[in-house]
Design a protein around this ligand. Structure first.
Ligand SMILES: [Cu+2]
Length: 308
């Protein structure tokens, strides 16, 4: 029985090892540049392009993975030891005790200590996402073990995202401009934007400048339901609640299209209301917004090189 179990475990780890290089090459396919969306074979978080996502990645890789690994190994070793040492053959007369104070103290205190170790940096990362930069506050960035060293400039741009049933509306609040963003169906995507990912490609991307702090105000249609605005590469996720204005921010250091999805189960087309943020250079953004003011979104979009 034990031998069979061990052989099975060996086969699983061998299969995992054989699979690892293939998974790693799927990750390297983009040569470090962020694809801005999930890719086949991906096993890690989406690549980071903002200080908030840097801190999430550092938290995941530096604390969570080690904690999880420690717990898995500990429980597995205990289980295997008990299967080996206390089976009916080796231990025909089972012990009759029901309590062990020392063991109970250890298995109460150890999880508390682990939760505290996880909680402290976790609250830091969370409060960073919810605290809009003022140019003075320090952020954790990838230094989640410090008290924060990273300065982020105050927002130069405010975007209001409104969750509708089932798509997103955006407003460039400072410029009094608005656009509606709707997912492309397969026919439109393959004819208009064949290079963009299925179920994520949209008609109108939200265009923002690179290396700029963008304040994102998030709400939902007052007569609607709760949605959530989330873009993994930016490390942001915040509820869109009717009648409430939530606020988060991002500052992308890379250009490209970064996709997200509604992340609060909101109804029948929940899976079909993607978020697409196109980050362009500051010059491109200035041209874009000038054309948007003078004409409409399509005219403005025409100033940007098309991304297929
Ligand atoms: Cu939803």
């Amino acid at each position: 029985m034990t031998g069979q179990f061990l052989r099975k475990m060996g086969a699983i780890s061998a299969a995992a090892m054989a699979l690892a290089p293939a998974l790693a090459s799927a990750q390297d396919e983009f040569g470090g540049a962020s694809p801005g969306h999930p890719v086949a074979g991906q096993y890690h978080l989406q690549p980071s392009v903002t200080p908030i996502m840097d801190s999430i990645v550092a938290f995941h890789d530096g604390i969570l993975m080690w904690t999880i690994t420690f717990i898995v190994v500990l429980v597995l070793v205990l289980l295997m030891w008990i299967v080996y040492r206390y089976n009916a053959k080796r231990n025909p007369v089972p012990a009759g005790f029901t309590h062990n104070t020392m063991v109970e103290i250890v298995w109460t205190v150890l999880p508390i200590v682990m939760l505290i170790i996880i909680a402290i940096p976790s609250f830091g990362v969370l409060s960073d996402q919810l605290t809009t930069p003022d140019g003075e506050r320090k952020y954790l960035g990838s230094n989640i073990f410090s008290f924060g060293e990273l300065e982020v400039p105050a927002p130069e741009l405010t975007i209001k995202a409104t969750g509708q049933q089932w798509y997103w509306d955006y407003e460039y609040v400072d410029d009094d401009l608005a656009l509606t963003q709707i997912m492309l169906n397969e026919e439109d995507r393959t004819s208009k934007k064949p290079g963009q990912p299925r179920l994520l490609a949209v008609d109108n991307e939200l265009v923002v400048p690179v290396d700029t702090t963008v304040r994102v105000q998030v709400t939902a249609d007052p007569m609607g339901v709760i949605h959530a605005f989330a873009v993994p590469s930016f490390g942001i996720k915040i509820d869109a609640v009717p009648g409430r204005l939530n606020e988060t921010w991002f500052n992308s250091r890379e250009t490209g299209i970064f996709y997200g999805q509604c992340s609060e189960l909101c109804g029948k087309d929940h899976a079909f209301m993607p978020i697409a943020v196109r980050v362009v250079t500051k010059e491109q953004y200035a041209t874009f917004i000038a054309a948007f003011k003078a004409g409409d979104y399509n005219a403005a979009n025409a100033t940007l090189a098309a991304v297929q």
